[in-house]
Each structure stands twice: as C-alpha cells, then as structure tokens.
Design a protein around this ligand. Structure first.
Ligand SMILES: N[C@@H](CCC(=O)N[C@@H](CS)C(=O)NCC(=O)O)C(=O)O
Length: 346
C-alpha cells in the first residue's frame, strides 16, 4: 500500500514536475465541471450487496450507498438517473477511484487512517456505522466467536475484514486458517458448500447476504462485534470543492431527517419560517452556490431521493429483507441515542 510521497517524486522528477503538478491540480479541480460536461456522475459501487448497492433485472441500482450517487446526480442535474455505475471488487476499488474511472466511491468502505492518508484519497463522511462479525451455519452449534479456535474462516481479500480477523484471533490467543477470495460470490459459495467453518464480513454485509440466501434461517450471526467499521463515500485528493459537495449532500440528508423534511413535504417546507429549514433548502443563504450548485440543491436531493431515514428504511430497515433495526443503534440520530450528527447548515 505504501507509495512514494509526492514530495519525493517531485524531487526526483525535477523541473518537469512543475508542469505535471500544475496540470494534475488543474484537472483535479474540475471534477464537477467534468461531470457536467459528461452529463453523468461516475459512481463506483460493488458486486451486489442488497440494501447497500444491488442491481435489479431492469438494470436499475438501489440501496443506501446508491442513494448517495442518486443524491449527487439530483443535486447536480435535478435527475437522480444521471449516474454511470461502475462495479468492481473491493480489492481494486481504490485504484479505480485514484485513476479517475470513478468520481466517487460509495460502497460499504471503511474509513481508516491508512486509506485516508496514504492513497491520495479523502473520506467525505460516514453513512453507516458498522462493525465486523461472523456468520456460521446454525447446525454447527457454535454460539460465540470465542469458540472458533482452529476454525477455517472465509474472508474477502483487500478489506479491513482480513486485517481485523488476524488481530482478533491473535488478541484472543486463538488460531485460524483463512480461506480467501477477491470475489464475494465465490466466497459465499465456498462457505455454503462447507469450504469454511465461518464467514466474516461487516455485520451489515452479513445481514444482507444472509437475507438473500435460499435458507437464511440455517445461518446465524455470532454476537461479537470485533471492530469499528465506519462506512462512507470517498473521493480523490486535490479537489476540495468536489469533496465538499459529497460531504454536504450526505450531511444534508441527515439534517433533513433531523428537521422533519421528507420527499413528501419538501415543497411545503420551503415555506417554513424555521431558519434552519430555510437555509437547508436554500430559501435563505448561499450554501449551494458556494459549492457551484444551485441554491436549492437539497430540495432536489430530497425530492428525488429523500432524507436519511427514508433511504435507510427502504434499503436496510426492519421492513426490508435485510432487516437491520435502526432504533437504539449507532445509526440513529444523535438526538435519538445514536451518533449521526450532521454539521450545521449555516
Ligand atoms: N468495510 C470493509 C469491507 C468492505 C467489503 O468487503 N464490502 C463487501 C460487501 S459489504 C464488498 O464490497 N464486496 C464486493 C466485492 O468486493 O466483491 C472494507 O472497507 O474493507
């Protein structure tokens, strides 16, 4: 993962680098302009993870992470469909973003120090607070991760999952044998055919996968959560304006929930006297314009995509097959016992 620093590269390359540096900077500054010229946002998701990003037979993508792509397209084009989706494996996701194939990556990706500081990338926020767990066949009678000493564990390569797994077993003086693959579908098939004793991933991903198995009730999640996995959208370094747009679209969806603004009442809410609502919807102030968006960019986002709660409930909420309860979880609003705390729109 380590790469030479920009400084050392510049020193090596001498004079020529000044031009390279400037042109890289200039093109980096233009993400929003490039998206507008292209007529669509390039949004990176992954192989289907129902509730977060999944592709229906009619070719449409849906899920919480997809809603960030749709929200950005709504903010920019007033049309949530103006997105070209790219689906690559977890192992190559950062390269596909860094080399410019994607404008934003929105796919259950954990914000870590190394990723944020050593890959030329920037996390724009957190849209789902998660943690790593284990799924086992019920018939195995395993009730706790502490009973996994000596087990074979299926794990996806190029993930934080792989690193946490090793840490957890070492910390608990246990051994394990990893069964790795870069392809999540192959890995789950390996697990289902008995190729490993347990399958590990983020708990949201386990819930998502379990819900789409032929016999979900034959499998269970163990109670332990072995890591912190704050998941959120990522952009490239070098274009702070684009990073701001992603960050404030996400904050805006959470803020709208806090203020009671929904896809159904957003038009009515533009007449509200509440100054917070007026600023969020661009009736007062110039937050959208300051980022190169229309004043009412959040009206567009909310009308087409809805607020955070609407996105959560239709994607992974208790009425969906993924069924991840929000009440009492980290993903509740800060005012309801969770840690979702959007920065103020002012
Ligand atoms: N949050 C972890 C795990 C991410 C992860 O592996 N996500 C899964 C689904 S939740 C995925 O993208 N799978 C698709 C694939 O790479 O094949 C990370 O950022 O490393």
């Amino acid at each position: 993962m380590k790469k030479p620093s920009l400084r050392s590269l510049l020193a090596l390359l001498g004079v020529a680098t000044v031009t390279i540096g400037l042109s890289a900077e200039a093109s980096a500054q233009a993400t929003l302009a490039q998206i507008k010229a292209r007529g669509a946002l390039n949004c990176q998701v992954g192989p289907s993870t129902p509730g977060f990003y999944s592709l229906a037979a009619d070719g449409t993508w849906s899920g919480m992470d997809v809603d960030i792509c749709r929200g950005l397209a709504a903010a920019i084009f007033d049309d949530p469909k103006k997105v070209q989706y790219q689906s690559v494996t977890s192992a190559v996701r950062f390269t596909a973003l860094a080399n410019g194939e994607s404008d934003v990556l929105s796919r259950t990706t954990t914000w870590t120090a190394v990723r944020d500081t050593q890959l030329g990338l920037e996390f724009a926020g957190v849209n789902f607070y998660d943690g790593q767990g284990f799924m086992v066949p019920k018939a195995s009678n395993i009730k706790s991760a502490k009973e996994l000493n000596g087990a074979t564990v299926c794990v996806l390569t190029g993930t934080t999952t792989e690193l946490n797994l090793a840490d957890y077993f070492r910390a608990n003086n246990m051994t394990f044998k990893p069964v790795t693959n870069e392809n999540i579908n192959v890995l789950v098939e390996t697990y289902l055919s008995g190729g490993c004793d347990a399958y590990t991933n983020d708990k949201s991903s386990l819930a998502s996968r379990r819900s789409s198995l032929a016999k979900p009730d034959d499998h269970m999640l163990l109670p332990e959560t072995i890591s912190k996995e704050p998941l959120g959208p990522v952009v490239r370094h070098g274009d702070a304006n684009w990073g701001d747009i992603v960050r404030w679209t996400l904050f805006g969806m959470i803020e709208a929930e806090e203020l009671g603004v929904t896809s159904a009442n957003v038009a009515e809410m533009t007449k509200s006297a509440n100054p917070n609502i007026r600023r969020l919807l661009g009736v007062e102030g110039n937050i959208g314009e300051g980022m190169g968006l229309p004043k009412d960019f959040m009206v567009r986002v909310l009308r087409h995509v809805g607020n955070y709660a609407e996105s959560y409930e239709r994607s992974v909420g208790v009425k969906t097959p993924v069924n991840i309860p929000r009440d009492g979880s980290l993903n509740a609003l800060w005012s309801k016992g969770g840690i979702l705390y959007p920065m103020p729109f002012r």
